[in-house]
Design a protein around this ligand. Structure first.
Ligand code: PLP
Length: 365
């Protein structure tokens, strides 16, 4: 049976996550027959006009929706966000320099470990002793002006923290925005590269959207294997080899959908409102629910919280599922509960969860 809007489950998954219904429905049609060519989306050669047009449009919409300045390249690369953990130091951590990393969670820990395979890493701040419940205050960070680049993760999916403001660094700034790309406007003046695995706000897993300033791209090492060279992917329009056509098609449709919703400023307002329903339920519970993140660093994408006991958390998950709200279990490194409410997640689901939380605290408190 095909689910309709009213019967779809509220899926609070941290990713892959809920996607806009109109885009899924359009994709169903295009898989069968793309643009009345009589050939489905996945059956076309990537050299066909129908597909090169999809890539051009995805690129153009990415720029338009994100307000990306002209001196940046937009790339669609295989291997998700994790490939970027290695590709970045392979490209830029050379000439005997070190790189500055801020450790705000599991994904930066992994990125640091990958970078260390290629050169020296200077961890300028480490949130591990506090189990990553905050981001650093900007003026506490001593960036090395000689570093090859500076790196941070703007939204920490597992811990539910995000940087309230963008750091200013003396060297090119790179950000993993996997769990919040295009959920709020990006400060392009401060960044030289941002990237995201698409499976949260932007579409299917497997593709990474990489937006990189040309002046940084020009510094990338040309000694690496071709698939790990930003310059080659840029020269070939993200079609150096057979590209992940479906993923790029879908990401393009998501950009179009974001545009139809009013763009990134509207997205941010909507996401703030959505998250506030749930945070209000935490804060209004008289201490029954406790948030993991420090207040100033709360993410609007991933909301992490606990009940007074693990037994109550298990009951919470079980009872929420009976009301069609699923994937609320927190990551094992934090425990408790996590509600992920990316761009496509409807506000009605956040209201429903908040009402459920209020009732749960009342009956179990
Ligand atoms: C912030 C962040 N970075 C990187 C990743 C890894 O993404 P991928 O599975 O596409 O490699 C994730 C996945 O959840 C993430 O949340």
């Amino acid at each position: 049976m095909t689910s309709t809007m009213s019967t779809r489950t509220f899926n609070f998954s941290a990713g892959p996550a809920l996607l806009p219904e109109s885009v899924i429905q359009q994709a169903q049609q295009d898989l069968w027959d793309l643009d009345k060519t009589g050939i489905g989306l996945l059956e076309h050669s990537h050299r066909d006009k129908a597909i090169t047009r999809i890539f051009d449009e995805a690129n153009q919409l990415c720029r338009e929706v994100g307000n990306v300045p002209d001196d940046f390249e937009v790339l669609f690369l295989h291997g998700g966000a994790s490939t970027q953990f290695a590709m970045i130091p392979m490209a830029f951590l050379n000439n005997g320099k070190s790189a500055d990393y801020v450790n705000t969670g599991t994904w930066t820990t992994k990125a640091i470990a990958e970078a260390r395979r290629f050169g020296d890493v200077n961890v300028v701040w480490d949130g591990k002793p506090e189990n990553f419940n905050s981001t650093p205050s900007l003026d506490s960070l001593a960036w090395d002006p000689q570093a090859a680049y500076s790196y941070y993760c703007s939204n920490n999916t597992i811990f539910g923290t995000r940087w309230p403001a963008t750091p200013t660094t003396p060297t090119p700034l790179i950000s993993d925005m996997s769990s919040e790309m295009y959920a709020r406007p990006i400060d392009w003046a401060s960044h030289d590269m941002v990237y995201a695995g698409a499976q949260k706000n932007l579409g299917p897993a497997g593709v990474a959207v990489v937006i990189i300033r040309k002046s940084l791209l020009e510094k990338a090492s040309t000694d690496n294997p071709s698939m790990f060279r930003y310059d080659i992917h840029a020269d070939k329009g993200s079609m150096y080899n057979t590209p992940p056509v479906f993923a790029v098609y879908f990401v393009g449709k998501i950009f179009e959908w974001i545009k139809s919703q009013g763009g990134l400023t509207s997205m941010e307002q909507m996401n703030d409102r959505k998250a506030s329903h749930i945070y209000d339920a935490i804060d209004g519970s008289g201490g029954f629910f406790t948030g993991h993140s420090r207040l100033e660093d709360r993410s609007t994408m991933n909301i992490t919280f606990r009940c007074p006991s693990e037994a109550l958390e298990a009951t919470f998950i079980e009872e929420a599922a009976k009301q069609d709200m699923v994937n609320l279990k927190g990551h094992r490194s934090v425990g408790g509960l996590r509600a992920s409410t990316y761009n496509a997640f409807p506000e009605s689901g956040c209201v429903k969860l908040a009402e459920f939380m209020n009732e749960f605290a009342r009956t179990h408190g």
